[in-house]
Design a protein around this ligand. Sequence first.
Ligand code: PMP
Length: 367
Amino acid sequence: MTRRYNFCAGPAALPEAVLARAQDELLDYQGRGLSVMEMSHRSNEFVAIAEQTEADLRQLLGIPSNYKVLFLQGGASLQFAMLPMNLLGHGGSGNFIQTGIWGKKALTEAKRLGFRHHVAASSEASGHTKVPAQDALQISTDAAYLHYTSNETIGGLEFDYVPQAQRSDGADVPLVCDMSSNILSGPLDVSQFGVIYAGAQKNIGPAGLTLVVVRDDLLGSAPPTIPSLFDYQQLAEAGSMVNTPPTYAWYLAGLVFQWLKDDIGGLEAMDAINRRKAQKLYAAIDASELYSNPIALANRSRMNVPFVLDDARLDNAFLKEADEAGLLNLKGHRSVGGMRASLYNAVPEEAVDALIAFMADFEQRRG
Ligand code: PMP
């Protein structure tokens, strides 16, 4: 068996130790004689897995007790719709900071459903290369929440600060953050947020699971006309089991959380590794004549590193030779082209070293 280095933006690399443990437990979970996939979600065994997973996540992120943790389906994209359904039940508008494609999708979905919306700031004029500054935010007087995307996975643009949202009357506006592509990459102060959400398939586990962390006071304002599966309050009351949850993905997320705690040593340690990985790749890009990345230094994503070759005719050769060298999935998103190396938690530092060595070699051979 040869496992190669996987730089996919998502579904992304999983820690090898997690896959090995899942393999070990696949047919017979801890002597129970069946797979986790075959268990009732209401069984004592699965309820124990579910509770341990939540407890480990709460410990890793330091989630305060006045927040609920939901394990849902539908991806981050369904949250684009569930958020306004749940948070605008008493009126008001969703305010959005626009820093790229995913933030735009979140706004477009709220718009499509007929909710009031307002662009509080946008980095579009800079080609989404620089995050808007705190003092550029214009919060509307009817703002019920401020939504932003802490890391734009396609553009490779990451916030270097947590926005503060206040209306002109001084009222605090709950902050809602799509953390799909940088959750768990480092420590976080959850108490600054009203809602945090993320699709699992980058730093949490396999696709099919969506994590939502929601502050208690934001529950209970969804209108009764929405499906019960979309109502945070009902989902929270049922422990995310209004219907059958994605049990196996939930279990795998639990293994990833244990790996983060026990093998990595927590989110501070993860943060240090991630910074090192990203810094060395950006340094290699900046030092080269062939590769470039346009993002403002302070906003360069630690998780997704897009770069272009100065001659796009070399792209195919680059990708082919990278693949042959055991470096997978470096092609940029179809909407922007070029390359993208995603350096999520499970991508080991050796993978980044191997990529840098390959890039230098490729450049030298073309030079
Ligand atoms: N938000 C961000 C920042 C993303 O990167 C993605 C997926 N790449 C999404 C939302 C959409 O996630 P999903 O496919 O889980 O709906």
